[in-house]
Write a protein of this length. Sequence first.
Length: 259
Amino acid sequence: MLFGIVQYVAGRSRLKPAIERLSARRVPPEGPGGEVAAAGGFTPAEWKRIFAVVVFFIFAGIFWGSYEQAGSTLNLFGDRYTRTTILGFNFPSSWYVSVQALWVIILAPVMAWVWTRLRKARREPSSPMKFALGLVFAGLAFLMLVPAARLAQSAAGVRLSPMWLVGAYFIEELGELCISPIGLSIVTKLAPVRIVGLMMGVWFLSNALGNKLAGFAAEFFSSMPLAKLFGIVAAISFGAGLVMFALIRPVQKLMGDVH
């Protein structure tokens, strides 16, 4: 909480333009193009944007279902099959969970720079494209762990290098940075003004759904070969990513002039 307060105090000047834009948005009886409000008090364009948020919610839930396994299957994998010693230094397996946070700190400014450069070159991917890429990265992370899991369970007592998990978390973080900040931004832009708070709640509900899916996957940790379990997670992530790629243009039409 203290870190969040420091962030707010240090960065509130940068938030001011966005807050002023939100304050300037009014709730007219008609939509931007003169559209009359339809059922529920929303214009057809607003309903389309709400549906776009639902689409993002579904695919974000699938992504979080793989990402949040850091606290379930991957945590167990680190505890039971991965070495907890580096250069003679012993550490608890729970430290592996912190690797994700370290990659966020390292990669966040890098990804922000990449998006900025691509935007200036008019080559920045659309929000649906970023979601699709995030799911593909999640699939790649678990695909990378398939041979590691097979090696770990091929002989009793085998302990793997920590680099397997560190590398998987690196790839996962690339995916997380394609989905989490983009989702936060796009939901605030798509949601009708009077239900922005509600739609943000829907967005965060996708993380709750992902945690539920991650916990469900952990139930199979001891009853299913790990290579198969990780392979299924990778296949689901890749499949969702391919579907999202196919939906890029339809979702963009739902989003209207929001990018």
